[in-house]
Design a binder for this molecule. Structure first.
Ligand code: PG9
Length: 629
């Protein structure tokens, strides 16, 4: 007994103090890591400091830097997993840089996460919309200036890349670029929030914007998820009435950015003056830029093409302005790209791009002594034939000035589609449907879960059969094709339509209908693959800026562009066009009676309307002639 008492007290004498078990922050020894992580606060010209994470491969010397400016938490973006390996630490899309000697930099934008200052959602450039002394252009400039002066391991050359909001910050840096910014790769960039990116499409408001605003602006860090208490968002958004009704239910109408949106339902100077394609198109492009987007980008399908097109006139000899389009969802370029929904592609197309096109392009401008990359002006994955194409330009087919001339396909009697024009002189017939805002057409089958990645990410390629049989959806279809039909460009809608109401939305879808049986992939038998579809708010038919009521029961022409497509419809497949008047709850409902601001529509404003689509309506299809070069 005595002996064991003695042994016990000796053990006690060696024990650490009882408290505290949580001491100073643990800095793990980084001896095993193949990189060094430096976290710095970089001062901007107005004294505000931005939180920046710099990941440097050990032993780096004269290494180029790649910068991403993000509202999505730089610390997290720089840490896919906790690992001593730089490859595992950086995001999946960056794997091609790890082991290639690049220094990778992530920075929180002003006012988010670790950065000081005030946050402004997609802060516009200094000017009428931003009276402060800073914007995302100056912050990028000051950051690059600091990096080249303070990161001793660097060669003084910086590239910027990023997707979506991060793509927007890349474009912002191009407005007045720092001389050390040598190359830019904006991916799925948000460019024009009204015309066709995140907030609206052609004036129809995208309801998921609400939860995005809550998650981004309710707090400096990650905001809250909305607790609706209703599983099906079709139901929760229908019950709330207008977008304002929905915002009010969750207190979102008090958030500053919601107020701005609700004050600017039309394409007024607030939207026009922050549209980055307009801004950059009016400035000199001095940094080689590769615009990247997915053909089925469900968030920013408009901006990347618009910016490429706005800058293209400056790039006659194809040295500065490049376009890459893969068969991807929004930001899909940075993940695995061998399939999207039911579609399967020729290998991991996203990795193929990152390895074979993006990396040599970045190397050329960033690595000392790197060879020139063999970058085509346009690299586009053609779906339907399943292959990458090196193209001299984009688009290949349009109404005028393209290698092929677009062809008009008419919405004909008997729900047929055909290239023959209606007989001249004869009054065109019509088809009609009743659009009831109490029973809007869903954009995916119910229950609708927009926060579910499996629903949201591939929805643009989802089978449209669920909609084609509804009595409030008109479906026109061609005979089975005898020869391949190649579409390479943006279809243009020319809808001759009337409504018994005084406002209306028009949703038009161009669809590839698969044969009844597809032996190699049976679930594609009869599949209605949406190639290109969008919505247009009828009040903007004469002016995007100044809406006007639609005269009841009078035929009006609605002209608008659908998203770009590069696809071969194979023999045996059929071409289909669907027309409907709602796409809920992705887009808010049009009350169908004219009110000054649809955000504030009252329950009594929502009215059924009879819509007529006349048979001289047509789609200008970007058909590539088989003989075109
Ligand atoms: N599409 C998202 C976004 C970009 C810009 C503004 C608002 C949202 C994104 O994925 O970042």
């Amino acid at each position: 007994i005595l002996l064991s008492a003695f042994a016990g007290s000796a053990a006690l004498a060696q024990t650490s103090p009882m408290t505290p078990d949580i001491g100073p922050r643990l800095e793990a020894p980084d001896d095993n890591a193949d990189y060094i992580k430096r976290v710095v606060m970089i001062p901007m010209r107005d004294g505000v400091k931005l939180h920046t994470v710099i990941v440097i491969p050990k032993g780096a010397l004269k290494a180029p830097m790649i910068l991403t400016r993000t509202p999505y938490n730089a610390a997290k973006r720089a840490q896919r997993s906790v690992s001593p390996s730089m490859l595992a630490t950086l995001p999946q899309g960056d794997e091609v840089f790890a082991g290639e000697g690049y220094i990778r930099v992530f920075q929180d934008v002003r006012g988010k996460h670790g950065s000081e200052g005030e946050y402004v959602m997609t802060r516009p450039l200094r000017g009428p919309l931003n009276k402060s002394k800073t914007d995302n252009g100056t912050d990028a400039w000051d950051t690059i200036d600091w990096l080249v002066k303070n990161v001793a391991e660097s060669n003084g050359k910086v590239g910027m890349l990023g997707s979506s909001y991060e793509g927007f910050t890349v474009l912002m840096a191009l407005a007045d670029p720092h001389p050390a910014l040598k190359v830019a790769v904006p991916m799925s960039a948000m460019v024009d929030g009204w015309r066709g990116d995140d907030w609206f499409h052609n004036g129809a408001f995208r309801m998921p914007t609400m939860s995005y605003i809550a998650s981004q602006t309710a707090a400096r860090g990650g905001g809250e998820q909305l607790a609706t208490g209703i599983f099906d968002e079709y139901e929760s958004m229908l019950r709330a009435g207008s977008a304002y009704g929905y915002a009010k239910r969750f207190g979102l109408e008090r958030l500053n950015f919601t107020k701005k949106l609700f004050e600017h339902p039309a394409y007024d100077s607030f939207w026009q003056e922050q549209a980055l394609d307009r801004i950059l198109g009016a400035r000199k492009l001095s940094v080689p830029t590769m615009h990247v987007v997915g053909q089925w980008d469900q968030e920013d399908i408009y901006g990347p093409y618009a910016t490429y097109a706005a800058l293209e006139p400056q790039d006659k000899d194809n040295r500065m302005n490049f376009l890459v389009v893969g068969p991807w969802r929004h930001s899909g370029v940075n993940y695995e790209g061998s399939s999207l929904g039911a579609l399967k592609f020729n290998g991991d197309t996203a990795y193929q791009f990152r390895r074979d096109v993006m990396q040599p392009f970045l190397n050329q401008y960033l690595k000392d002594g790197a060879p020139a990359a063999d970058t085509p002006p346009v690299w586009f994955y053609q779906t339907g034939s399943n292959r990458w194409q090196r193209l001299p330009r984009w688009p290949l087919s349009c109404a005028e000035g393209c290698p092929s001339a677009a062809r008009l396909v008419y919405l004909k009697e008997g729900f047929k589609l055909g290239f023959e024009a209606p007989k001249a002189g004869a009054a065109p017939g019509y088809d009609e449907y009743v659009a009831d805002p109490a029973k809007p057409v869903p954009f995916v089958p119910r229950p609708v879960r927009m926060g579910d990645a499996n629903v949201w990410r591939p929805w643009l390629v989802s089978d449209q059969r669920f909609a084609s049989d509804r009595p409030d959806v008109l479906t026109y279809v061609s005979e089975p094709l005898k020869a391949p039909l190649t579409l390479s460009g943006a279809p243009q809608v020319h809808l001759a339509a009337s409504t018994s109401g005084s406002d209306a939305d028009w949703v038009v879808k161009v669809i590839d209908v698969y044969p009844d049986e597809v032996p190699s992939q049976p679930e594609l038998g009869g599949y209605q693959l949406a190639l290109s579809m969008d919505i247009f708010r009828g009040r903007y038919r004469d002016s995007l800026e100044k809406p006007s009521a639609i005269p009841a029961n009078e035929v009006q022409t609605y002209r608008f562009a659908l998203p770009n497509v590069n696809h071969v419809i194979q023999p045996g497949h059929r071409l289909m066009v669907q027309v409907q008047s709602s796409w809920f709850p992705l887009y808010d409902r049009n009350p169908q009676s004219y009110v000054p601001n649809i955000f504030y529509a009252k329950p009594g404003d929502y009215k059924k309307a009879t819509q007529r689509i006349y048979h001289d309506s047509f789609i200008e299809l970007p058909v590539v002639s088989p003989t075109a070069r």
